[in-house]
Design a protein around this ligand. Structure first.
Ligand SMILES: [Zn+2]
Length: 450
């Protein structure tokens, strides 16, 4: 299994810190020069896009930087840039393929890692044989440094750094290319280390319980388990931040002169926005799967993508939520973390779970307003939690007896923390009460008004 260890990294001295900064800065400069050489070959003077990017003379760039970075690191930075370009060309192909709905935004070429005037984004990549990690009482990372940097700081050997935190995967068979960067949001150096771990490292489920998820944009995940627990992860705060950033980007784009489609400011806003979204999603998946594991869950049901897209792709909502939602990415993460715990993920159709009343089975005369679901029979409940419960009952063929109150989580920019459950309320901003859930289409309805 491929896994990733992430950890904070601390230089051992002010000199070590400055050396590390110089190393990351030079890597960013090399990335930028490589990217620039490719970008000018991609767009010629007539604005024709072509794939001559591979003609860029990266060999001389490698030569220019190898004394500072070390030859292997210079090669890895260039290789990472090549991967970014290949990814871009693949996305472009997908974007122009109508049968593929995974890419909705027009793909843009790889961006720069900051710039000289405003500061480069401090980042490097280190080949698997050019660093060592040791876990123990004094965990440490040692990385290769070029001769010019050693001379500049009167340093010999590899640069030793202290590691903070516990790795998820302390024992592994192989390590991959290390990413090392400076996180400006909390002024910390961080690293991620891809590792290959033996299949024996996988956990076994504690029992044979089942869970079902209802996934949306308003509430990112609503979950019911056969043990009678319910979990709700509220998406309004992260979605609001995502929306603010897309609006800022749109404004900046409108101010650009016609010749240019993007700017460094825009690129970095995109990076930050998707970085935050991925962070929210990854933290959610881990939090949820750990809870499910503790409850003895061995199988998780989740709506299949075709079904989810049909239910939620209202055109005007689509553009705003699709990128935020990143359903496919969510499922991939879910499968990956579930695998660690020996939990199986099954994609099944969840049709009608949004509209159907759990009390009487009514589908037509039900309504949704905000998070509140109501039926003509008098049933009232939280729309998404109810949908996940119905989904679970349908897949297991069993009635679920709910225990206590649902547990709710809110995102505070760092982690998901518990807050007290408040029963579903109708949305105060709008009145959807005269419309059935079939027309307001469940979980994205209130996003429209956001
Ligand atoms: Zn009913």
């Amino acid at each position: 299994m491929k896994r990733t260890n992430t950890f904070a990294v601390r230089p051992l001295s002010p000199t070590g810190k400055q050396l590390l900064r110089d190393l990351l800065d030079a890597s960013a400069a090399l990335w930028n020069e490589t990217n620039y050489e490719r970008l000018i070959r991609y767009e010629d003077e007539d604005g024709h896009e072509n794939e001559d990017v591979w003609d860029a003379d990266t060999g001389s760039l490698e030569g220019k930087y190898k004394d500072i970075l070390g030859a292997s690191t210079a090669q890895q930075v260039i290789r990472k840039n090549s991967e970014a370009w290949r990814g871009f060309f693949e996305n472009k192909k997908k974007h122009h393929d109508d049968s593929d709905t995974s890419i909705t935004d027009h793909p843009t070429p790889p961006g720069f890692w900051g710039n000289k005037d405003d500061g480069r984004k401090l980042h490097t990549v280190i080949r698997n044989t050019s660093y060592t990690v040791e876990w123990g009482e004094r965990s440490r990372l040692e990385i290769l440094v070029g001769s010019e940097l050693k001379d500049r700081y009167d340093h010999t050997g590899r640069l030793r750094l202290e590691l903070a935190g516990e790795p998820n995967w302390p024992e592994y068979e192989k390590q991959g290319r290390l990413d090392l960067w400076y996180d400006e949001t909390d002024s910390t150096f961080r690293a991620s280390q891809p590792v290959t771990v033996s299949d024996d490292a996988r956990a076994t489920p504690l029992a044979d319980e089942t869970a079902a998820l209802d996934i949306g944009a308003n509430n990112l995940v609503a979950c019911t388990t056969t043990t009678g627990s319910q979990y709700l992860y509220c998406g309004s705060h992260p979605f609001e931040r995502f929306r603010e950033t897309t609006e800022r980007i749109a404004k900046l784009k409108a101010e650009l002169d016609d010749q240019r489609r993007t700017s460094e400011r825009i690129d970095s806003l995109y990076d930050a926005m998707y970085g935050r979204r991925d962070h929210v999603q990854d933290a959610l998946v881990r939090d949820l799967v750990e809870r499910l594991y503790d409850e003895g869950v061995s199988t998780v049901y989740v709506g299949d993508i075709k079904d989810v897209l049909e239910t939620h792709w209202i055109p005007e909502v689509n553009a705003k939520t699709h990128n935020f939602w990143a359903y496919r990415r969510f499922i991939d993460r879910l499968e990956c973390v579930c695998e660690e715990y020996g939990i199986v993920v099954v994609e099944e159709s969840e049709s009608w779970t949004t509209q159907e009343c759990p009390e009487c089975g009514e589908r037509e005369e039900t309504e949704r307003n905000g998070d509140l679901f109501r039926c003509v029979c008098g049933f009232e409940g939280h729309a998404d939690l109810k949908a996940s419960q119905l989904f679970l009952e349908r897949e297991t063929g069993m009635k679920v007896g709910l225990m206590a109150q649902p547990v709710c989580f809110e995102w505070d920019d760092h982690e998901w923390s518990e807050r007290s459950y408040s029963p579903a309320r109708a949305s105060p901003k709008e009145d959807h009460t005269d419309r059935s859930t079939r027309r307001t289409v469940g979980k994205v309805a209130s996003v429209e008004s956001a």
